[in-house]
Write a protein that binds this ligand. Structure first.
Ligand SMILES: Cc1cc2nc3c(=O)[nH]c(=O)nc-3n(C[C@H](O)[C@H](O)[C@H](O)COP(=O)(O)O)c2cc1C
Length: 354
């Protein structure tokens, strides 16, 4: 077999998330960082083979670098899907070996594949034989009773020879019974040190850490131990952190974006996609809602986006005006307080809850 291709490997990626990392989210994320690696939502191999392929594979050229995440356990089908991914222009294809949802378990893929490393190895080998783009694996530290560091190492050692170009490790185990997928992302404790240890013991492998990482300071701290960091919910809930990534993580000059400039960059996109069949304003604006998280005006921003769908793409400018208004009121209040007056009672428009 040819040497394992290096993954198109940005030091930072945004995790695949069902119902989050759709094409609208990814377009938005790309306005925040030119270089972060983006993932699709998981696409089940069976659905890709029998379903609406064009819809499932669709992405915009500006989304590169972008990886397609597949779910499945049949090497032949996965190889077929990897070919579709390469033909569609994806930069990487990734296999989901981390999802514990009952539906996925009943299909015998996702995290339960950690019990069958030979199947994962076979799948990776079959995909690699079919494509030139890197084939990567996202998995957990372990599952159920199979949760010692040595178990994870045995899994990785079984799959690595097949040529996986990266191992992305969600640093918590999964329970296959008794916990919902959401609980499985919160309840089992994070074990970051074991991912660092994996890289120490297998320095030749490309290791990416994932799980509970919320700031670029944390990203930088992990990069002292591993090759790359994947963030999920932090990118969804506080997307603005991505705006610092190109300068801090990728060593590029600071593009000097502001929240408002990123919001305005979404206007032509919103206008364009609203002209497509079945696209509703909310499909795009729901991803923009947390752009001002933690800032004065965050609530005014969210509320305007949610309530003024009648404005079409104009909703963004209206929401920016609402932010400005909240800021002005806040400043007035601060000035009054500084001048010794108690000022008017804090009004909702002042957005005390950020
Ligand atoms: C809403 C949601 C959907 C997710 N869907 C997927 C998925 O399709 N494929 C996958 O491998 N992981 C999925 N995950 C797990 C994330 O990729 C990631 O491993 C997890 O959220 C831990 O990272 P974080 O703490 O940075 O969020 C999902 C997580 C969330 C919150």
């Amino acid at each position: 077999m040819s040497p394992t291709p290096r993954a198109a490997t940005p030091a930072l990626s945004i995790a695949p998330m069902m119902d989050v990392t759709d094409r609208h989210f990814r377009w938005f994320a790309r306005r925040l960082s030119r270089h972060v690696l983006l993932y699709t939502e998981m696409v089940v191999a069976q659905a890709l083979i029998h379903g609406d392929r064009e819809h499932l594979l669709r992405f915009d050229a500006s989304e590169h670098p972008i990886a397609l995440q597949l779910g499945g356990d049949d090497p032949v089908k996965l190889a077929l899907c990897a070919r579709m991914a390469e033909d569609a222009g994806y930069d990487e294809v990734n296999l989901n070996v981390g999802c514990p949802s009952p539906r996925v378990q009943s299909g015998s893929f996702g995290v339960v594949l950690m019990r069958r490393p030979h199947v994962v190895a076979e799948a990776v080998a079959a995909m690699r034989a079919e494509v030139r783009i890197p084939v990567t694996v996202k998995h957990r530290i372990g599952l159920d009773e199979l949760d010692r560091f040595e178990d994870m190492l045995a899994f990785v050692d079984a799959v690595a020879p097949a040529g996986a170009a990266r191992f992305t490790v969600h640093a918590r185990k999964a329970w296959t019974q008794g916990l919902s997928p959401k609980q499985n992302r919160n309840v089992p404790p994070l074990r970051h040190a074991e991912v660092h240890r994996l890289k120490r013991l297998r320095p030749e492998l490309h290791v990416e850490i994932n799980g509970g990482i919320r700031t670029l300071d944390e990203v930088e701290a992990h990069l002292a131990h591993v090759d790359a960091v994947m963030i999920g919910r932090a990118a969804r809930d506080t997307p603005w952190i991505l705006a610092g990534a190109d300068a801090r993580i990728f060593g590029c000059s600071d593009p000097g974006a502001t929240r408002a400039s990123v919001a305005r960059a979404m206007v032509p996109y919103l206008a364009r996609t609203l002209g497509e069949p079945r696209v509703r304003l909310h499909h795009v604006t729901r991803h923009l809602a947390p752009l001002f998280a933690g800032e004065v005006g965050a609530r005014a921003w969210r509320r305007t986006l949610a309530q003024r769908a009648d404005l079409g793409a104009g909703v963004i400018e209206a929401a920016l005006e609402a932010v400005e208004e909240a800021r002005r009121l806040q400043e007035q209040l601060a000035q009054r307080e500084a001048a010794g007056g108690s000022g008017p009672p804090r009004d909702d428009a002042l957005d005390p809850v950020r």
